[in-house]
Write a protein that binds this ligand. Structure first.
Ligand code: NAD
Length: 380
């Protein structure tokens, strides 16, 4: 990103705690915008409805206006969708269908989910400290193929003979492109990649492994191993520190990434980026709409704020801003500030709400950026 550019973002708050965590991320975004402006870089954004909010406002979970705005944007930051009030709708009418359609429409086939222990939160992991010390995994999940999209997909028959079918399908090109994303990520990290499949049972997994081995030849500097998904589920609990980049297909990735969320002990701080070859990236915290705590100002907005950092890195090409946002999050944690979900009631900790957490991170970011300016350096 260079001087004189204006970049348009779209915020999709969604449902439940989505609007609360996106509001907190927006507070941080405002601070970033003010400083970027001094560097000649303009950021602007607009909010649009998706999910249940869009069903109420426009009768469907992904209105055309929302889709067009997202497609025209540089990047999209989403909160979460869903809630019990829409659970009885047909699958294609539900809030979640809006999100799945958006991912598909933006062709964001690679979902990046970093899982690391944030400083001060080590005690949140249910695993013994020795098992999680140094844990730093990047899960790369294929996002637009596999059993969530395969056809046929249907139900038939009447009780007691009802049947249902889903289809897991992968084309070679779908595997190849996400494998490249994972290998490139491994190159920028520790140079180790673990590809996860179910080759002993599934045809799609046999193809998956063949294609990953092909792609591996183009990355001789990255070491590759393969794991079966069942054994991987166990290893992520037994020895999560042994992994660097983990590559897997859509459904296995869905399950393993939640397991990683459990291992780091705080769903609320996990961020994600969904990327394609071109067009906007889609950034969202890993958690859902958490209806049980919605509207109470207790949700943890750090996952949304760290998703904003990923947006700065991957869509705005501002890695230093990304590091500054991550640094601001670490700083508020160092100060002992916690939302309720990550509080351990230790001395020196102060429990604060969603809104205040956003403000504190924005303050820490402003202080960091200000001190950099005082050094008279150009950082972006
Ligand atoms: P969830 O992630 O919403 O909540 C699981 C648990 O974690 C709840 O106890 C919740 O209070 C807590 N939690 C989640 N995020 C938190 C945060 N930021 N701060 C503090 N606590 C947090 O998962 P769920 O309860 O299985 O699903 C609720 C709804 O969200 C459903 O309608 C589901 O379909 C939807 N969902 C949406 C997405 C998405 O939009 N990407 C992802 C998962 C689930």
């Amino acid at each position: 990103m260079s001087e004189g550019e204006t970049h348009q973002l779209v915020l999709l708050p969604g449902d439940g705690i989505g609007p609360e965590v996106i509001k907190a991320a927006e507070t941080v975004l405002c601070t970033a915008r003010d400083y970027l402006r001094r560097e000649g870089i303009e950021l602007s954004w607009e909010a649009r409805p998706i999910g249940g909010a869009a069903i109420e406002a426009a009768g469907k979970p992904l209105p055309d206006e929302t889709l067009f705005a997202a497609q025209a944007a540089k990047a999209v930051l989403l909160g979460a969708v869903g809630g019990p009030q829409w659970d009885r709708l047909a699958p294609h009418e539900r809030p979640e269908a809006g999100l799945v359609s958006l991912r598909r429409a933006l062709s964001v086939y690679a979902n990046l989910r970093p899982a690391a222990l944030l400083p001060g939160l080590e005690g949140r992991s249910p695993l013994r400290p020795g098992h999680v010390q140094g844990l730093d995994v990047l899960l790369v999940r294929e996002l637009t193929g596999g059993v969530y999209f395969g056809e046929p997909r249907a139900r038939s028959g009447e009780r007691p003979d009802r049947r249902a079918v889903d289809t897991m399908a992968y084309a070679e090109g779908e595997i190849r492109r996400v494998a490249h994303v994972a290998f490139r990520s491994a190159r920028r990290r520790q140079g180790r990649l673990t590809s996860v499949d179910k080759r002993n049972v599934l045809e799609t997994s046999r193809l998956w492994r063949e294609v990953v081995e092909d792609v591996a030849k183009e990355y001789p500097d990255v070491s590759v191993e393969h794991q079966l998904v069942d054994s991987m589920a166990m290893l992520l609990v037994l020895r999560p520190q042994m992994f660097d980049v983990v590559l897997t297909e859509n459904m296995f990735g869905d399950i393993l990434s939640d397991e990683l969320g459990g291992v780091v002990g705080s769903l609320g701080v996990m961020a994600s980026a969904s990327l394609g070859d071109e067009g906007p990236g889609l950034y969202e915290p890993v958690h859902g709409s958490a209806p049980d705590i919605a509207g109470k100002d207790v949700a943890n907005p750090l996952g949304a704020i760290l998703s904003l950092a990923m947006l700065a890195e991957h869509s705005l090409d501002l890695p230093l801003l990304a590091r500054a946002i991550e640094g601001a999050v670490k700083e508020v944690l160092r100060q002992g500030l916690r939302t309720r979900d990550i509080a351990e009631k230790r001395q020196g900790e102060q429990v604060i709400g969603t809104r205040e957490m956003g403000e504190r991170v924005a303050d820490a970011l402003a202080q960091d950026l200000h001190s950099r300016q005082a050094l008279n350096a150009t950082y972006f």
